[in-house]
Design a protein around this ligand. Structure first.
Ligand code: ACO
Length: 379
């Protein structure tokens, strides 16, 4: 008979495997990608370099980076079959459904779909990395009744992502904040969506199936969907561009006190692993500060600070990455429902790294359960 103590609900505290991809250390609030502190990577490296680091284990040489960037730029266009599939979906469905469908269609049409050799897996990972921004940009524009915009090969990943979405070249500060968010979202050990990808891979299923399943896991508000939910909180409190920072902070504080009195879970706060603050938040918050300054939106800082202070005071719970990321994407001009697909674009790197790692030393992931239904009985 299994005792309640033996059951690790939510797999909390359970170590299920080794990984060499990233190390989360909640005691020191640190996150390493292949040994490098994520904040150092976010300060100096392009998202393209970080992707190569996560996939291969080492930062690329100049020629490796040049070769990858050329490949990425050549594989950005939206596949017409994906466009046709997206066009079948209603514009009021959730954009995560569009992302999930797009990856599935890309898989079904990829001649290497069933080839699980390391070379084929890496190639498919790079192709997904290159193709997914066009899915997000196309979907954002169709929801606004706008024509799609073709990618530009003279722009880097982040510049081109913003170009395809908004049809204008973004200011360097905006591009940089976007790049930082992509670097920070790329990888975070055995989180729910990555674990989903590993479970699917462990059955020897294909890479696109694993990423499609991971997108389903990411959609939920307890995981990636929280960046979208943060903005709903801001909207519920009310955003008034003309309000002072202090007045916005006071209203946010009052809203949080009320929410906590009603025992609500406030999205963007708390973390299963970090209990004293998410290692990625200071870097993302600095990027948000730069966006607030760039767009002249002090009231957003008031809302941010007010919620954070009231939560800390009442429960000592700290913000997670989604908390500064949500308002950053809002200020850049993305619709709220597009925030989690942006998370997909970045996390494709982490997922595919884990898919390759899982495949290289595979063991079917199949836990046990304790049965608590009726005893055997007669029909
Ligand atoms: N708002 C209010 N209370 C909270 C919050 C929150 N965001 N997070 C945790 N708590 C409280 C719980 O109510 C609980 O209190 P209790 O013991 O009085 O019942 C206690 O803190 C422990 O919370 P759990 O949910 O049991 O902690 P767990 O480790 O399972 O949860 C989780 C982590 C799911 C992330 C949780 O903090 C949460 O739901 N946060 C909001 C969703 C969110 O922001 N998700 C993003 C995760 S990070 C990412 O995907 C980049």
């Amino acid at each position: 008979m299994t005792t309640t103590e033996e059951i690790k609900k939510g797999l909390a505290g359970v170590v299920v495997d080794y990984t060499a991809i990233s190390k989360v250390n909640p005691d020191t609030n640190s996150l390493l990608y292949r040994g490098y502190p994520v904040q150092d990577l976010a300060a100096t490296k392009s998202f393209e370099e970080v992707a190569l680091l996560l996939w291969s284990g080492e930062l690329p040489s100049e020629s490796e980076l040049t070769e990858f960037c050329a490949y990425e730029r050549a594989n950005r266009s939206l596949d017409p079959r994906v466009k046709a599939a997206i066009d079948l979906l209603p514009t009021d469905c959730h954009p995560m459904d569009v992302g999930r469908t797009a990856v599935s269609v890309l898989g079904a049409n990829n001649p290497l779909a069933e080839d699980s050799s390391p070379e084929a897996e890496l190639r498919k990972a790079k192709e997904l990395f290159a193709a997914f921004p066009a899915v997000v940009a196309y979907d954002q524009r169709r929801r606004r009744g706008l024509e799609p915009i073709e990618p530009r090969e003279d722009l880097d990943y982040s510049q081109n992502f913003l170009w395809m979405t908004f049809g204008e070249e973004a200011a360097p500060e905006v591009v940089d904040a976007f790049r930082v968010s992509m670097v920070l979202y790329a990888e975070h050990s055995f989180n729910a969506s990555t674990f989903t990808a590993r479970v699917i891979t462990s059955t020897l299923s294909d890479l696109h199936s694993a990423v499609t399943g991971a997108i389903g896991a990411l959609k939920g508000p307890l995981h990636g969907g929280a960046n979208e939910a943060v903005m709903h909180t801001f909207d519920e409190i009310g955003i008034d561009k003309d309000e002072s920072r202090e007045a916005a902070a006071a209203r946010a504080k009052a809203w949080m006190e009320q929410a906590l009195a009603e025992k609500k879970k406030v999205m963007g706060f708390g973390h299963r692993v970090y209990k004293n603050g998410d290692s990625r938040v200071p870097t993302m918050k600095a990027a948000l500060d730069r966006m607030i300054e760039h767009y002249g939106r002090a009231e957003m800082l008031g809302l941010y600070d007010g919620l954070e202070a009231a939560m800390d005071e009442a429960k000592g719970i700290k913000p997670n990455l989604d908390y500064p990321a949500g308002p950053t994407y809002h200020l850049m001009g993305f619709d709220t429902e597009m925030f989690t697909p942006l998370f997909i674009a970045s996390r494709i790197v982490g997922w595919t790294s884990h898919i390759m790692e899982q495949r290289a030393a595979n063991s079917l992931i199949r836990p046990l359960s304790a049965y608590n239904g009726p005893e055997q009985r007669e029909l």
